[in-house]
Design a binder for this molecule. Structure first.
Ligand SMILES: [Zn+2]
Length: 254
């Protein structure tokens, strides 16, 4: 079992950290993405401390207050760390007013280029902004060195465009929510070798834990759902997801 996206660097998970670390025995590995300057630092600390924890560094579109030359240099320098396996999570988020499209794209493009320079894949956070993301990525495709749409919350049509561009698609616990039949249809649509699974802890705990603080161990509920929808055993699913994850995060040694 792998959780490809768990913010164990988030303050909400501080009281659970011992339990999470103890649970790592049930995981092949866990990937901890950053979203602001502080979590970039915590991620670096965690990958040093915990064998099974790997990390990603970048600034999230809702944390652009942290974006400056110093942060950029700090991230760039640490992308060389052998346990930093991606640039992420970054992208576009138009969910909360007001947002600055121009600024979001500017920082997106700089981080895309950083990923290329470091020869790393990207973990993309895209919320209510698929159209602009696809256009921007298409226009700058020469800088694209692989990417995953984390916490996928789009339509089958969005998934189709993403797959055609070579992206991976990652699903969270929201796919277990009663009203999200649409996302279960997306899971049925996406080929199994293009899927990764995650919790996005501490948010989005799957059913039957919905509303609670989400912990990485709940990724099991996402594995179960996907296994059922794809009609594969948990053993085969586990094997395939591990293979996908290792192919995608080339620096991942597990
Ligand atoms: Zn996240």
């Amino acid at each position: 079992m792998i959780d490809t996206h768990a913010h164990i660097n988030h303050d909400l998970l501080k009281p659970y950290l011992n339990e999470i670390v103890d649970d790592l025995k049930n995981f092949e590995c866990l990937i901890c993405p950053s979203y602001d300057k502080k979590t970039c630092e915590t991620t670096l600390e965690f990958v040093k401390t915990y064998d099974k924890v790997f990390g990603a560094l970048s600034i999230h579109p809702l944390e652009l207050k942290d974006w400056n030359e110093e942060t950029k240099n700090f991230i760039e320098k640490n992308l060389n760390n052998k346990k930093i396996v991606a640039v992420g999570e970054y992208g576009f988020d138009y969910h909360y007013q007001p947002f600055d499209k121009t600024k979001q794209e500017e920082v997106f493009l700089i981080q895309l280029e950083m990923a290329k320079k470091a020869n790393l894949p990207s973990i993309f956070h895209i919320r209510d902004a698929f159209d602009d993301f696809f256009v921007s990525l298409k226009n700058n495709f020469s800088n694209f060195t692989g990417g995953v749409l984390h916490c996928f919350d789009g339509t089958i049509q969005d998934a189709k465009i993403a797959l055609d561009m070579g992206l991976m698609i990652s699903f969270t616990g929201i796919t277990t929510f009663k009203k999200r039949e649409d996302l279960r249809d997306v899971i049925k649509y996406v080929p199994l070798d293009r899927i990764m699974l995650e919790t996005d802890s501490p948010y989005l705990a799957p059913e039957p834990f919905r509303g609670k603080v989400c912990l990485p161990k709940y990724v099991k509920q996402v594995y179960e759902l996907v296994g059922n929808l794809k009609n594969v055993t948990q053993e085969n699913l586990d094997e395939q997801i591990t293979k996908n994850t290792k192919n995608f995060f080339k620096k991942l040694v597990i």
